[in-house]
Design a protein around this ligand. Structure first.
Ligand code: C2E
Ligand code: MG
Ligand code: MG
Length: 719
């Protein structure tokens, strides 16, 4: 088994699981092995002990057999009647009744010999009959040995025994002198009577012995028969003449055989349970690891497109930091989709998501194998390339990305058109970081966007410096709004015919604590970008309303930023300002530029309607710049048109412009709009515009914007 291959299949995270399972499996096998070994060992031990005990029992049975024969011998040899009846010529009746009869029953002995002091047999009995064979021939030469061992001083009883091979089989025999039991019975001097009794180990005798001692299969076998368990029977000269054998008992093995299936079943069940436990633990572990992997993936990837996110881009192994340290070139291409917000707002978020998915798929295809692509923001993507060709790769990818978006994206909601603004920043030294490159490419991207989008901009340190300055200014503006550094000036708007002041335009002013004056077009843009426009706009509106309360004859014009206009609470905020200051709505005019209309025409129209319902008039400011279109005048319910000062300036020098202005004013008037001309700097302009049909004029020719305190004398003056 190739473990390395298995481990590779499990993967790095699976290694732990693999070892865990291996360990559990090994533990299970070890448990089974130990159980079976123990049981077998126990059974062997039981069998061994059993064999030992059976052998001891068999030996005890043999000893008992001999002892009983000894007891019998003592009863028949140490006997007063025998001492009197067997000496001299043995009394035949006594011999018959006491010995011959006993041999015929065979209970104590089945053979008896009486031998005198000369070794002559006085009687030889077998099964109640006289034997015509001498004791020496019957028992063999070994008989002499037990005769000798039991032959002691006259009158003293002793006995000796042994096994003998007789013509009738194997027999145990006991020999000993016949002596009186009681004292005082005299023995014939010079005479000796040796009684030899024997009992044959017949099949029945041995079987009974076996039954008595509970030895299964106890039987006689000859000396040559091999037997695992036996008691060898030897004659007094130690010659083996036979053996007793028995069936080997295997209680342990039998018990083992009985419990084997039970134990096997239990172990099988145990194995199943353990496998289930291990499997459950394994699954849980896998699930935990999977959710951990998922969490890690989620933390480093964008959930919508599945692309790496910003953090993951920065930590990517081929990532910039490492490459930078090794002094490789690193290039970051940053792109922001143009018009994505419109897709989201107009077609809904689902379409927006589909558009992002489409972009991600296309971008991934373009950048495949060239570097790392990540989604770093809502509609922002970044591509990172490293190596000596990093910048060239980055540029090529950037061009391909722009080219890709020239084709409309196909979504279930139809075709969507998007563009992209791309910023490129490259670095190759150790003094910059990937974070820094990302920031720089972001700045470059803003430049591309500012230039109209759908183009590439390279990072430029000057833009960066300007951006940083703007960031610092935004920071100051935030503080300035709180510290009252922002004020409102007013420029009078005069009647074109009489030059009589008819109203004022509120213009925000910011003089910094160090005396620096920041132009409104700059800080208004800062406020728009920095999320401060609502605060600024609200402040100017309230200030102007409060100031203008003192000039009841004047209309008040207040500029509104497109960003303010997009706020769904804008109309409510205007209403609140009017209510709280008590300024009449019909004296208020809001000036908006075409930018409002271009961005979200539907919303703009709706907001304008609601403002007009409140009695507020609306003027189209800076007409004649940018994308000026008479069409707007038809579509949107304007009350007034304000000709931009650049147009008015051109009147003096360009006859074509004069005609254009005359035509525009005529059309506007025909649509019921009144016209104000801004930026009047000389008498010619004032006259020309009056003659062309302008109702109101505004410009340095009449006055410059001034603080509220200076307006008052003018009002009185006009009065
Ligand atoms: P605008 O709304 O077109 O305001 C008129 C601008 O023309 C003012 O510049 C004014 O000072 C200038 N002006 C007036 N007469 C003449 C003239 O005869 N010659 C020249 N060269 N300029 C003249 P200002 O105050 O610098 O404001 C610039 C722009 O900043 C405004 O243009 C307006 O769009 C914006 N702005 C000013 N205050 C606010 C504000 O409170 N909110 C918003 N959203 N925008 C504001
Ligand atoms: Mg204005
Ligand atoms: Mg203007």
């Amino acid at each position: 088994m190739d473990f390395r291959a298995i481990l590779a299949r499990f993967g790095r995270k699976g290694t732990l699981e693999f070892w865990m399972a291996l360990l559990a499996g090994a533990a299970l096998l070890a448990t089974i092995a130990v159980v079976f070994y123990s049981l077998n060992h126990l059974a062997d031990e039981v069998d061994r002990t059993d064999r030992k005990l059976t052998r001891q029992t068999a030996e005890a049975a043999v000893k008992s057999f001999i002892r009983k024969l000894h007891d019998g011998h003592q009863d028949y040899a140490r006997w007063d009647d025998a001492a009197t009846s067997l000496f001299g010529v043995p009394n035949p009746d006594f011999v018959q009744s006491s010995y011959a009869d006993s041999t015929s029953t065979g209970i104590i002995f089945d053979t008896a010999f009486l031998i005198d002091e000369n070794g002559k047999d006085l009687f030889a009995l077998r099964d109640g009959q006289s034997l015509a064979i001498s004791s020496r021939d019957y028992f063999g030469p070994a008989l002499a040995l037990i005769l000798k061992r039991s032959d002691g001083p006259p009158g003293l009883y002793a006995s000796s025994s042994g096994f003998f091979k007789t013509p009738d089989g194997i027999a145990a025999a006991v020999a000993g002198p016949v002596v009186p039991f009681s004292y005082g019975i005299p023995l014939e001097p010079g005479q000796k009577r040796m009684l030899v009794i024997a009992r044959h180990l017949t099949t029945a005798t041995v079987r009974r012995l076996g039954e008595e001692f509970v030895i299964t299969g106890f039987a006689f076998a000859d000396a040559q028969t091999p037997a695992e368990q036996s008691v060898v029977l030897s004659d007094p000269s130690d010659q083996p003449i036979g053996r007793l054998v028995w069936s080997i008992r295997t209680h342990g093995s039998n018990a083992l055989a009985t419990i084997h299936p039970v134990v096997s079943t239990i172990l099988a069940l145990l194995s199943l349970i353990m496998m289930a436990v291990v499997f459950t633990a394994w699954s849980n572990l896998r699930a935990t690891m999977r959710s951990q992997e998922e969490a890690e993936h989620a933390a480093s990837h964008d959930f919508l497109t599945g692309l790496p996110n910003r953090a993951s881009l920065l930590a990517t192994p081929i990532g910039g930091e490492k490459a930078l340290r090794m002094q490789h070139d690193v290039c970051v291409v940053f792109l922001d989709l143009d018009g994505f917000k419109d897709v989201n707002d107009t077609h809904g978020h689902f379409a927006g998501d589909r558009a992002l998915l489409g972009c991600a798929a296309g971008f991934s295809h373009i950048t495949a194998g060239k570097g790392v692509l990540a989604r770093v923001g809502g509609d922002e993507f970044a591509f990172l390339s490293t190596g000596p060709e990093a910048l060239q790769t980055g540029r090529k990818v950037a061009e391909q990305l722009i080219e890709f978006l020239r084709e409309p994206l196909r979504t279930p909601k139809g075709e969507l058109r998007l563009g992209t603004s791309v910023g490129i920043a490259a670095g190759c030294s150790m003094d910059t970081t990937i974070h820094e490159l990302l920031r720089r490419s972001d700045i470059a991207m803003y430049e591309a966007k500012k230039l109209g989008g759908n183009r590439i901009a390279n990072y430029d340190a000057n833009i960066d410096a300007r951006m940083q300055e703007r960031a610092a200014l935004t920071h100051h503006l935030r503080e300035a709004l709180g510290a009252g550094e922002v004020s409102v000036n007013y420029q009078l708007i005069v009647d074109a015919a009489t030059h009589e002041a008819k109203g004022v335009e509120a213009l925000a002013r910011w003089t910094m604590f160090d005396g620096r004056v920041i132009r409104p077009d700059i800080f208004v843009a800062l406020a728009e970008e920095g999320g401060l426009i609502d605060v600024l706009g609200n402040y100017v509106l309230r200030r102007a309303c409060m100031d203008a309360l003192a000039w009841p004859a004047f209309h008040l014009s207040v500029n509104v930023s497109p960003v303010q206009f997009r706020n769904p609470r804008f109309e409510e905020m205007v209403g609140q300002a009017l209510a709280e200051t008590g300024f009449p709505a019909d004296r208020l005019e809001l000036e908006i530029t075409e930018r409002h209309l271009m961005i979200e025409p539907d919303i703009a129209l709706e907001v304008m309607r609601r403002l007009k319902e409140r009695g507020i008039s609306i003027a189209l400011d800076d007409f004649g710049t940018g994308y000026s279109s008479i069409g707007y005048l038809r579509t949107f319910p304007f009350d007034r048109l304000k000709l931009d000062r650049s147009i008015c300036a051109d009147i003096t020098i360009n006859a074509n412009v004069q005609q254009l202005v005359q035509g525009t004013i005529a059309i506007a008037r025909s649509m019921g709009l009144r016209v104000t001309a801004e930026g009047i700097e000389d008498e010619f302009q004032a006259k020309f515009l009056r003659l062309a049909g302008c109702e109101l004029l505004q410009g340095f020719y009449f006055n410059r914007p001034m603080p509220a305190s200076e307006i008052r004398p003018k009002v009185l003056e006009e009065a």
